[in-house]
Design a protein around this ligand. Structure first.
Ligand code: SF4
Length: 473
């Protein structure tokens, strides 16, 4: 695994399509980059909600027989990334329950900052959880709601959670989309003929031929039923906090998120980086794939030619057999290989989207040097990551983030690079133009728009800890 921050989930939903599960399968396939640990689909035929979930990639998880087990015209689906130790089927989504309000399935992209407190409270009142995922908290709140109808029960339950959530829910005859009032994580609304589609990124719509209509708005609850689409705005307005890292790294460049083209924003990050952090060199080389757009922008702005000096092997499976004899930097070599004819004797500007712990970057710099590069100048298309994310991105603790504990000069020494430079905060925010005030950049500033428990370790490792607690019993 390369040393990157990881998105924790992608969601998809469709209402009013004869092959709802198959469309959801395709949508999840397009969203695979948002989570590779597990995948699941819940569908309703109007009578019953059924679910199919499994560990692994979407294409490996579902075959025709599995999709035939989730019949119906409405479906939601989920791909999930999980931190080490809590990768297990009971945490896969959608989660389905049957309660006083009927059957309901839920999928979640984001992170609830008060999940632990709510969970403890619910357990104290007798709730029995089937997973250690914070998403299940919403279902328990929903099941306990005394509201007269389903929509009010959903609003009542979601009103009690805080943090980042883009939710897709499914009942026997309705699909519901909810986005938190800050709009941390994306959620788009589209149409495929008469069917209504929701998804984390528009690339999922492209694959099935759906048309983007608009984003589900921050703080909006969309109820899709045979009667049409109803939009509710039940939450008090809050300052917008779209995740800027979706543009920097997570989202696919062919997607639009938060109403902006990821490719355009990401390329602009590279252009601004070139203006801010110029250096004499012979060639711009992206760290594929995530560094490609920014490297193109950097090359365009600087006039230094772009060359693919590192080639990525796209067919690396989840596990591979290692030889008994140690091969230096084996993990990185399996994924990336240098092109000597491009690097040999050249001064190289190596463009990447981020440095987390620095361990992978160090190996890549070594690899580029070993291929003959005369100089290696590392350029990063966002500011130093100095603080963890509490809003749905898997981040190590502050102490493990190299930029939180080391100066730029020390990072340069650690990476064994000739120079290291990052994009400024102002430069990053300029790339989204007049939307800059709508973005979260907490992992670069340490200033958080939504409060979170100060016990960082227990929060970041919430699921892991819960797993251990369960195992110890
Ligand atoms: S802290 Fe960083 S990764 Fe998390 S939501 Fe904010 S910008 Fe995105």
């Amino acid at each position: 695994m390369l040393d990157k921050l990881h998105e924790e989930c992608g969601v998809f939903g469709i209402f009013g399509h004869p092959e709802a599960a198959k469309m959801t399968y395709l949508g999840l396939y397009a969203l695979q980059h948002r989570g590779q640990e597990s995948a699941g689909i819940a569908a309703s035929d109007g009578q019953q909600v059924r679910v199919s979930r499994a560990m692994g990639y979407v294409a490996d998880t579902f075959d025709s027989a599995a999709l035939a087990n989730v019949p119906g015209t409405l479906a939601i689906g989920h791909v999930r990334y999980s931190t080490s130790g809590e990768s297990k089927l009971s945490n896969a989504q959608p989660i389905v329950i049957d309660c006083v309000h009927g059957q309901i399935a839920i999928c979640h992209n984001g992170n609830l900052v008060n999940a632990r407190e709510l969970r403890n409270e619910l357990v104290g009142h007798g709730s029995i959880f089937q997973s250690s995922s914070d998403t299940e908290v919403v279902l328990h709140l929903y099941a306990r709601s005394k509201a007269a109808n389903l929509e009010d029960a959903i609003v009542e339950s979601v009103s009690q959670v805080q943090g980042a959530y883009s939710l897709a829910m499914l009942t026997r005859d309705r699909m519901v989309a909810v986005r938190d009032p800050h709009g941390f994580r994306p959620l788009a609304l589209g149409r495929l003929d008469d069917a209504v589609v929701i998804c984390s990124e528009t690339c999922a719509m492209d694959l099935i031929g759906a048309t983007y209509v608009r984003d589900v708005e921050p703080g909006e609850v969309l109820v899709v039923s045979a009667a049409g689409i109803r939009s509710l705005k039940p939450f008090p307005p809050a300052p917008l906090a779209h995740c800027i890292f979706e543009h920097v790294y997570f989202a696919r460049p062919d997607s639009y998120v938060f109403g902006q083209s990821v490719n355009e924003v990401r390329t602009e990050l590279g252009r601004i980086l070139a203006r801010e952090q110029a250096v004499e060199a012979d060639v711009v080389v992206p760290v594929p794939d995530s560094g490609i757009c920014a490297a193109m922008g950097y090359a365009e702005e600087s006039g230094v030619p772009l060359r693919m000096g590192l080639i990525r092997n796209h067919y690396v499976g989840r596990t591979f057999i290692q030889p008994q004899a140690a091969i230096r930097n084996f993990g990185v070599k399996v994924k990336l290989n240098p092109v000597r004819s491009i690097l040999d004797g050249r001064r190289v500007i190596l463009v990447d989207d981020s440095i987390v712990r620095g361990t992978t970057s160090r190996k890549i710099v070594k690899m580029v040097r070993a291929a003959g590069a005369k100089e290696v100048h590392v350029r990063i298309s966002c500011p130093p990551t100095i603080s963890p994310c509490y809003y749905g991105v898997d981040t190590p603790q502050r102490s493990e983030l190299i930029a939180a504990t080391h100066s730029i000069e020390e990072i340069k020494t650690f990476l064994e690079a000739d120079s290291v430079a990052y994009l400024s905060l102002d430069g990053m925010l300029s790339a989204v133009g007049d939307q800059r005030g709508s973005y979260c950049s907490s992992c670069y500033t340490g200033r958080y728009p939504v409060e979170f428990p100060r016990d960082e370790a227990s929060y970041l490792q919430l699921v892991l800890k819960l797993d251990k607690e369960v195992a110890a019993k």
